[in-house]
Design a protein around this ligand. Structure first.
Ligand code: KIV
Length: 257
């Protein structure tokens, strides 16, 4: 296991793990100063490509953005989402994860759980590819958004899934929209860090889609806290530029040769 991965695991029960998503060098460079983990998420489907779900993001899309993100990272752990359909069997998963690691230089891959693909995780881990699991709401497999872990039966199922993922060798697990009682129990019972999104402060770390928390994506469910309304800041600047061009205030002789 790499030192970087060991460092993330060692934060459990000591200090909260800070994670955000990035799809480009410029954002990754800023995040890298503060984040423990930077995820090149397939949420780029919604955020960048305007798609209604994550299903159409290809390995080529993920590779292109990951190469850009890698250029902005000096210290954080870089995790890359494996797109839907790229890990549907052991052979495929191994080939694609190896390719992702080789071309992008990422530290780990994330795969969503379909409640039975634990053997894929163990195959990748055996091949020296660190894996982050993902349970609860899994956009690649769930058709409809829903909070998971609201009943005792669901809590039991989620805990079993998290334990299987740990046994398969994952170094951490994203809990997406898992009810707080369930996320607390899972966090207490598993030895690897849990990273929550909409899953309570009991998780060992937190992740958000960066464009959501910056107020850029237009997608603001309850679990998103908007730290700034960057859409307004950008619009103000564009408006000013437009006015300057029209009034011939830009460019001035300071701006040309
Ligand atoms: O694709 C993504 O950005 C994610 C996070 C929301 C965890 O999977």
């Amino acid at each position: 296991m790499s030192k970087k991965i060991q460092k993330i695991i060692s934060k459990k029960n000591r200090t909260k793990i800070v994670c955000l998503t990035a799809y480009s060098k410029s954002i990754a460079k800023i995040l890298d100063k503060y984040c423990d983990i930077i995820l090149v998420g397939d949420s780029m489907a919604n955020v960048l490509y305007g798609l209604t779900n994550t299903h159409k993001i290809s390995l080529t899309n993920i590779i292109q953005h990951s190469k850009s993100v890698k250029l902005g990272i000096k210290k954080s752990l870089m995790v890359v989402d494996m797109p839907k359909g790229t890990y549907s069997n052991k052979k495929k998963a191994k080939k694609n994860a190896k390719l992702l690691k080789k071309i992008t230089g990422c530290d780990a891959v994330k795969i969503e759980s379909n409640k039975k693909n634990f053997n894929i995780i163990s195959e990748l881990v055996r091949s020296n590819i660190p894996v982050m699991g993902h349970i609860g709401y899994t956009p690649q497999f769930n058709k409809k958004f829903r909070i998971e872990g609201n009943s005792n039966i669901e809590i039991k199922k989620l805990l079993k899934e998290a334990i299987e993922i740990q046994k398969a060798g994952a170094f951490s697990i994203v809990l997406e929209c898992v009810a707080s009682k369930a996320s607390k129990l899972i966090t207490e019972k598993v030895e690897i860090p849990t990273i929550g999104i909409g899953s309570s402060s009991y998780c060992d770390g937190q992740i958000l889609v960066t464009d959501d928390m910056l107020g850029l994506s237009g997608f603001y469910p309850k679990f998103v806290k908007k730290y700034v309304q960057l859409n307004r800041v950008i619009e103000k600047a564009i408006k000013k530029y437009t006015k300057d061009v029209k009034l011939k205030k830009f460019p001035t002789n300071k701006n040309f040769f």
